[in-house]
Ligand binder design. Structure first.
Ligand code: ADP
Length: 324
């Protein structure tokens, strides 16, 4: 059901000279959802986000919010807010004043803007740091302040451009759980750009996969992962084999491949222990590489080594055909 408050892109296009960075994309973002814009470097994700934020002009098409065309409004008037990769906090302002900054620009008086800033600091669990300067905070803490600062304007849509990329892997996982919690608590749309499929799967209600300036596939995270439409999506999401069967390309999940007495003959090329699974790669006689993710206990009942002959099997119903 359309709530009428959705963000909608209509044949949205961005050209830089002869480069088409975003090519006539159409999409309706469901209100209150966590959406990840996922794709390889250069596919047009950031340009799309920057156009929605108003930091980049639109070459063609439009951006609608609440049914209104916001394509040509200044950033502060759109109902969107953006959180940047490098946080961009003011070094001479303390945490509370950083968060309250945009309210000060709007002429909101001090008690009211401090109240709003304190609420946001509470939301991101940074109340105890309100009087510190940014230089006295860790990277993760600065990031929370940047988030509070974006949210203080009460946006309909929060735009996040690779928000976790500056964090170390441990912190990244912690902060991404925080982002999800905050999105749920606020119930607003988060639109998060990432090139990491793990990050998108962990966070998104909905994944929009971009490639070469267009949307290649979009839908609920599980459906994009389970039923990639094209070879590009199957390979980019990972965990799938793309093989030719009867002249057609098909996708087959690596954890659906089993080793047994019967099946397709192949030679093991590599074995990698991954904890819960063993990733075993083998080459079929037809020259196709097949990855099998075998539960570790099962693998070590009859361990295989590179050079061993194996038989690969899978349930025919789990194979699905890819569009060219
Ligand atoms: P992504 O965020 O997916 O990595 P971008 O949206 O940054 O991709 O870039 C999409 C395409 O547009 C790329 O080919 C990039 O080189 C080009 N591009 C982005 N910004 C500019 C710019 N300011 N001037 C010219 N080309 C640009």
């Amino acid at each position: 059901m359309r709530s009428g408050k959705d963000l909608e892109l209509v044949t949205l296009t961005k050209r830089y000279g002869t480069t088409v960075a975003v090519d006539r994309i159409n999409y309706v973002f469901e209100n209150g959802s966590y959406v990840c814009l996922l794709g390889p470097s250069g596919c047009g994700k950031s340009t799309t986000l920057r156009m929605i934020a108003g930091h980049e002009s639109v070459s063609d098409g439009s951006i609608l919010l609440d049914g209104f065309d916001i394509s040509h409004l200044p950033p502060a008037k759109r109902g969107t807010a953006m959180m940047f990769q490098n946080y961009a906090l003011f070094p001479h302002l303390n945490v509370r004043d950083n968060v309250a900054f945009s309210l000060r620009m709007k002429g909101i008086d001090r008690p009211e803007r401090h109240k709003a800033a304190n609420e946001m600091l509470d939301l991101v669990h940074m109340t105890a740091f309100a009087d510190r300067l940014p230089a006295q905070l860790s990277g993760g803490q600065q990031q929370r302040v940047a988030l509070a600062r974006a949210l203080v304007t009460k946006p309909r849509v929060l735009l996040l451009d690779e928000p976790l990329s500056a964090l170390d892997p441990f912190l990244r996982i912690k902060v991404r759980a925080e982002l999800k919690r905050i999105q749920r608590e606020l119930g607003i749309t988060f639109l998060h750009v990432t090139h990491g499929q793990d990050e998108a799967l962990a966070l998104a209600d909905e994944i929009v996969v971009m490639n070469n300036a267009v949307i290649e596939q979009a839908g609920p995270a599980r459906s994009v992962w389970n039923t990639p439409r094209t070879e590009f999506v199957a390979r980019f999401m990972g965990g799938h084999n793309v093989i030719s069967l009867n002249g057609a390309k098909v996708a087959l999940r690596a954890d659906e491949v089993t080793l047994g007495e019967a099946g397709l003959l192949a030679t093991v090329t590599s074995v990698e222990y991954q904890g819960a699974h063993v990733a075993m790669t083998s080459m079929t006689d037809a020259g196709e590489e097949v990855l099998a993710l075998v539960p570790e206990e099962q693998f070590f009942q009859t361990p295989k080594n590179p050079g061993d002959a194996v038989r690969l099997a899978w349930d025919e119903g789990r194979v699905h055909r890819l569009q060219a």
